[in-house]
Structures are given as C-alpha cells and as structure tokens.
Write a protein that binds this ligand. Structure first.
Ligand SMILES: [Zn+2]
Length: 78
C-alpha cells in the first residue's frame, strides 16, 4: 500500500504499516477483528485497510450475521 499518502482525517500524519482493531456492524451483529493488518496514522490513529483485507473481514462478518451472533470477537486470519 502507498505509504507516503497523507491521512485524509487529520491531513497531517502519514499512515505507517501496523495493525488495527476493526469493528463492523451488520444489522444487530457487531464483529470485532483484532490484529488486522492496516496502515495506521501515527497522528490521529485512523487506520486504512487494503481492498483484500476489507473483503476478507466483510466475508467473515457476513458469516457471523448468518450465525445470528450478537457480538463476535475474531482474530484476523491471513
Ligand atoms: Zn491522521
């Protein structure tokens, strides 16, 4: 991922490779993903996910919705 980009939120920081905790909500299901690889802004903490990572966690979130889970905490599996 482009590492020289400027954070769109604070317009100051330059996101660096790291990991983030990502929370997704679908209907009444909340899915929390830990250790998701992301570019994280050192200034404000905003994170940026690649398209591949986003697709992967969205699929896992859909499965949690199908199980009618209310809250699920998952560790990102590459
Ligand atoms: Zn920022």
């Amino acid at each position: 991922m482009e590492t020289n980009m400027t954070c769109v939120l604070c317009k100051t920081g330059h996101p660096e490779p790291g990991s983030a905790t990502v929370t997704l909500e679908r209907n009444s299901t909340v899915v929390v993903f830990k250790d998701v690889p992301a570019d994280v802004c050192p200034n404000c903490g905003e994170y940026y996910l690649s398209a591949i990572v986003t697709e992967r966690i969205c699929k896992q979130a859909e499965e949690a919705v199908k199980r009618n889970a209310e809250v699920e905490v998952l560790r990102y599996a590459a």
